[in-house]
Ligand binder design. Structure first.
Ligand SMILES: NC(=O)c1ccc[n+]([C@@H]2O[C@H](COP(=O)([O-])OP(=O)(O)OC[C@H]3O[C@@H](n4cnc5c(N)ncnc54)[C@H](OP(=O)(O)O)[C@@H]3O)[C@@H](O)[C@H]2O)c1
Length: 288
């Protein structure tokens, strides 16, 4: 049995859909099973066992891991993330889980300028020390993040950021879900570290030009200072300060480290990654 921690989330949900589409059963963990059940497609209902579990509660994890061999771990970002993921790894090791697939991040380094990436590094180190087989998926920015820009584009025709003209990698979470499904069902992929991107890079200025074309009205990128972006996210987007700081750190990293695509998704899935153009076409109504 494959257990999915974070099944109601962006990447966990994509994995659940990918496994279900291939007829592979899974156990979806959530703190709110009724909410998850309500969102599940009837077609996947029989393949998915929905089980309550809270990473802050070891007993609930132990019960949820019973009889399972593999675990997918995609934890929401929060100040408690490292403590929660560490507990998940320890409980998994005690409960007979043999293989963990963890969603990490590209700059998962001890001295990363991004605090959440330093946290991913700490959990990666903990996984190494656990002796469990572990696979690390290190995706770049999710295309799905772009939907958070949609209200600003729809209302003011602007994209706010602090990345200058840095070109970033974007990856569709459905490709991350497909890669995770492959890793969990093909023994030859287990144990690797995979840097996941789409097939092209795009700056926020480039995104504004693309949306201008697709929407047939002007969309412009406004490049702010890091402090202006932080203030805007806290005071106008009402983000908690730790999350605003994360967004600023990620954008500063992208501005200082040039990014380029990898062919990992193509190599693993035997097809090209989903494109930004297709993603934007699919979600264009959100930006109108
Ligand atoms: N966004 C990006 O561009 C990006 C890029 C690279 C890496 N990442 C990394 O990707 C990872 C996964 O992101 P995501 O967007 O898939 O996550 P997400 O959608 O924000 O959240 C995943 C799930 O975490 C679960 N969760 C939170 N606290 C929990 C707890 N105490 N016990 C059990 N489950 C808990 C929630 O499930 P319930 O509420 O149902 O319990 C939620 O559905 C993050 O760690 C992030 O750092 C993100």
């Amino acid at each position: 049995m494959i257990v999915i921690l974070g099944a109601s989330g962006t990447t966990g949900g994509a994995l659940l859909a990918s496994l279900s589409a291939s007829g592979v059963p899974s156990r979806a963990l959530t703190r709110d099973p009724d909410r998850l059940r309500a969102h599940l497609d009837d077609a996947v209902g029989d393949l998915v066992e929905t089980v309550p579990a809270d990473a802050a509660d070891t007993a609930s994890l132990r019960a949820a891991f019973t009889g399972a061999r593999q675990l997918f771990l995609a934890m929401a970002n929060s100040p408690a993330q490292v403590a929660l993921e560490t507990r998940v790894v320890d409980t998994a090791a005690d409960s007979g889980i043999e293989h963990i697939v963890k969603i990490s991040a590209p700059a998962a380094e001890a001295d990363s300028p991004v605090a959440i990436s330093r946290g991913h590094h700490a959990v990666e180190e903990h996984l190494r020390a656990s002796g469990l087989t572990h696979t690390l998926l290190r995706p770049y920015a999710f295309m799905q993040n772009l939907l958070r820009l949609a209200p600003g584009v729809a209302a003011q025709g602007t994209i706010l950021g602090a990345m200058g003209d840095a070109r970033c990698n974007w990856v569709d979470c459905r490709d991350i879900g497909d890669v995770a499904a492959a890793v969990l069902t093909r023994a030859d992929l287990a144990g690797g570290t995979y840097l996941l991107t789409g097939s092209e890079t795009l700056s926020y200025g480039g995104l504004a030009r693309t949306l201008t074309r697709l929407l047939s009205r002007p969309v412009r990128y406004v490049d702010l200072t890091p402090q202006q972006l932080r203030d805007n996210l806290i005071h106008h987007a009402h983000m908690p300060p730790w999350l605003a700081e994360h967004v600023v750190e990620i954008q500063q990293l992208a501005a200082s480290r040039p990014e380029s695509p990898t062919d990992t998704v193509t190599h693993i899935l035997g097809r090209e990654p989903r494109t930004l153009d297709a993603f934007l076409h699919e979600h264009l109504s959100c930006f109108r």
